[in-house]
Design a protein around this ligand. Sequence first.
Ligand SMILES: *Cc1c(COP(=O)(O)O)cnc(C)c1O
Length: 337
Amino acid sequence: MSIDWSKLGFEYIKTPFRYLSYWKDGQWDEGTLTEDSTLHISEASAALHYGQQCFEGLKAYRRKDGKINLFRVDENAKRLQRSAQRLLMPAVPVEKFIDAVKQVVKANADYVPPYGTGATLYLRPLLIGVGDNIGVKPAPEYIFTVFCMPVGPYFKGGLTPTNFIVSDYDRAAPQGTGAAKVGGNYAASLLPGHQAHEHQFSDCIYLDPETHTKIEEVGSANFFGITKDNQFITPKSPSILPSITKYSLLYLAKERLGLEAIEGDVKINELDRFAEAGACGTAAVISPIGGIQYKDNFHVFYSETEVGPVTKALYEELTGIQFGDKPAPEGWIFEVE
Ligand SMILES: *Cc1c(COP(=O)(O)O)cnc(C)c1O
């Protein structure tokens, strides 16, 4: 294995082991680790035709003492259950989910990047409807799998700000599947994302689908802004994916940085309120937003080249906890034994 940990981006790398479990006749089998990275499924699988699938994303962090941390994995397990419920899929029990993730991390421990490189092991739990079926109805069988790969920053800049553009498209409908972590939301985001990249933006920002006046999220990360009078504000909407990172930052902003932490409206024509802004998520961690293009107007927050002080402090608090350098709020860290 020859991996330059410092040069990793966010790309698929095949690691030796993944976890695989089948649901059939109303129950999950025990699940097992396998070296086979190919799924063998029916051509008539509901996941392929009707998008009956949902997923999760979380990371394993190498600590200074060599041990490995997981961050709030129980929250990922619960969110997968909520996504599954929305698409009429069987729930993966929380304990089974956590056990699967731990097994995969342990089996691929050589691929958990060393402490200090900034890189992590990204885990991708996936739940898909499989088995023979062609009518629009839930699949007769399901696969739950967890695979992993070492990754670096999701947005190229890391802690260097990048720019975003407001999309004319919607990511999710008001009572649709925006709050579920499902592939269909991402399929719908490929074209707007592609257009954003073509114009040299990191990604697009979606507005609320009902009025197109408020920021919803980035499409793979949630949005937050820091006002000039020290409020941490992140949008509240039923069509936003409830980011675990976002909820962690709401807590840390208040409890550790003494900011007023608010879930509320972020109006696209009131960006002047904000001294800083960023995108947050497991993959994105905290990615500072340099500026936002909205129609003909380009709004710069703190700077297009430098991260603002509050965003940086939040980043250090969050990653310090994840890598085991700072004390974690109770229940946030799960050590992989
Ligand atoms: C996964 C995801 C996020 C980030 O959620 P985290 O729990 O912080 O990783 C944000 N937006 C969307 C659309 C997502 O799918």
